[in-house]
Design a protein around this ligand. Structure first.
Ligand code: MTE
Ligand code: MO
Length: 509
């Protein structure tokens, strides 16, 4: 009789074989056949909004790693049960694997662009998983061969480990081959951005306050925050890219990448912000974007007067709903470049939307392939369906970057600082207040870095003299050019963006 642990491990090894074989066979198919991505994406799409919000707030850009770990743990737990069940009573464990395979097939079929043949790798994987489970629970492994002195438990453990290793190795090789086969890194490397007809005004060095280590006014592509629901980054080449403009238009249009040549190339600095950014959070970055005016592109289609929403769609099926006037205003971009380079693949290569003043979830569609003219009372975009607001104008907010929470400050002069933003309106004032053992100061004006445009964030600094040792708290608030001053009212990111004052506690020593 094998111990329970070995039976459970047998199930896990069988699952490893199933997943590994599916990945390996899947390498011969397109990305739509990838059961791992399909199941993960189905989990993302069906996770209740508040749980997603919690995951993004807690793990930020590492939310996908968290999801992957959770899915793997869930698979391992089910597999362990299957292993135990199979050795108690055949074929309960095998049936569990078959059912899991069926769920995988359903997930594959639910993905944008998947066809019936795309379930083949999953079916083959599940079949191999069942075979592995049957072998591991078969009594053949218990045959005593005393003359060779083989201990059956030891033999079973070795076969279990071996199958587990084969499954994991097959999976890794399969993933690597799929990645290399579908990668558009070469397509991107071979692309030179077109000549810019209307460059962005130069960025004066005075946008960056001196004497304090703040984020750079222009965020590098490597440091730019990344948020999306894509478990595997879509790989869409320029040759395969199409943009379909349809719905409430006079003429439906489909543009290829080279069709974009007829539009004027412009450049614009825009600060993107995520609605999930908590007060004091890092889900905000600023870049100089190269692209075409969405207004020029829409003009050719003839937008109907009663259309009030553009439902933009990404190649992986994600959608955003943007007010038509935000896209016809002239400063919304179909971006193809970011800080002088083609868009990084994870930021939407070969084309994405960048709309000043709106949170990313209602505007910034990456890997964009469709613009459907419709109405807010007819269509609902991805996050709106999950409980977020249909409209997402960016709220006036400010953040302290220096000092960091828990940082020690020496007695004497020190410079604090951070960022403030109110895209479309612009920042007029930033004030700070410091609370220490001896009381709380009045609100005092911070020094503002030069304003670049109303659509970009503004950096601020605050020189201060630390005189008194002990715990202190610095609080910041911003006023935008409409005259609105941030209030202390706390709002959660759901449904339309967080509000409240950011505070940081530090010790003077
Ligand atoms: N295709 C696609 N585009 C997307 C998303 C997505 O999940 N899928 N997320 C949006 C959200 S919520 C934000 S905040 C921005 C983030 O853009 P970035 O990753 O380039 O910073 O992309 C937007 N575009
Ligand atoms: Mo977002």
């Amino acid at each position: 009789m094998t111990p329970l642990g070995t039976k459970a491990l047998g199930g896990v090894a069988a699952a490893a074989v199933a997943v590994g074989v599916a990945q390996l066979v899947g390498a011969a198919f397109g990305p739509e056949a990838d059961v791992r991505t399909a199941v993960g994406s189905a989990v993302i799409d069906n996770t209740p909004g508040p749980v997603k919000e919690w995951a993004i707030a807690t793990f930020g850009t590492a939310d996908k790693l968290f999801l992957t770990v959770m899915v793997l743990l869930a698979i391992a737990a089910i597999a362990a049960l299957a292993g135990i069940a199979e050795s108690r009573r055949r074929p309960i464990g095998s049936t569990i694997i078959v059912v899991a395979g069926g769920v995988g097939c359903a997930a594959v079929l639910s993905r944008a662009g998947a066809g019936p043949a795309d379930v083949i790798p999953t079916v083959i994987g599940a079949a191999c998983g069942v075979a592995a489970l049957r072998l591991l629970t078969s009594h053949r492994l218990d045959d005593q061969t005393p003359e060779r002195g083989t201990d059956p438990d030891r033999r079973r453990s070795l076969v279990t480990l071996g199958l587990f290793g084969v499954g994991v190795a097959g999976g890794v090789v399969g993933v690597v081959i799929s990645r290399l086969a579908s990668s558009v890194a070469g397509d991107r490397d071979a692309y030179a951005l077109p000549r810019i007809a209307e460059p962005a005004p130069p960025i004066p060095p005075t946008v960056q306050p001196e004497g304090v280590a703040l984020p750079s006014f222009v965020t590098s592509n490597a440091d730019f925050y990344r948020i999306d629901t894509a478990l595997t980054v879509p790989q869409l080449s320029r040759a395969d890219w199409r943009l379909r403009i349809h719905g409430m238009v006079d003429r439906e249009i489909t543009l290829s990448y080279s069709d974009l040549d007829r539009f004027e190339v412009v450049e614009q600095a825009v600060t993107l912000t995520c609605v999930s950014n908590p007060v004091g959070g890092e889900l905000i970055s600023n870049a100089v974007w190269t692209g075409y005016r969405v207004a020029d592109i829409l003009a050719g289609a003839g937008v109907h007067a009663d259309a009030d929403m553009v439902l933009s769609r990404s190649v992986d099926g994600w959608t955003a709903g943007t007010p038509v006037e935000a896209l016809t205003a002239g400063d919304a971009l179909l971006a193809i470049g970011m800080n002088g380079e083609p868009l990084p693949v994870e930021h939407g290569y070969p084309a994405r939307l960048v709309v000043p003043g709106l949170y990313g979830y209602v505007s910034a569609t990456k890997w964009v392939t469709g613009l459907e003219l419709t109405r807010f009372d007819r269509a609902e975009a991805y996050w709106t369906r999950l409980g977020w607001s249909a409209r997402g104008p960016i709220k006036t907010e400010s953040r302290i970057d220096v000092p960091r929470s828990g940082q020690d400050v020496a007695v004497g002069p020190v410079t604090f600082g951070g960022v403030a933003w109110a895209q479309r309106r612009g920042i007029r004032d930033v004030e700070v207040q410091i609370e220490g053992p001896g009381g709380t100061t009045a609100w005092q004006r911070a020094t503002l870095g030069q304003s670049y445009s109303d659509d970009t964030w503004r950096l601020w600094s605050f020189p201060w003299e630390a005189t008194e040792t002990g715990m202190h708290t610095i609080t910041v608030r911003a006023t935008d050019n409409s005259g609105y001053t941030q209030t202390p009212d706390r709002a959660d990111p759901v449904p339309d963006g967080a509000t409240g004052w950011h505070s940081v506690t530090f010790a003077v020593k």
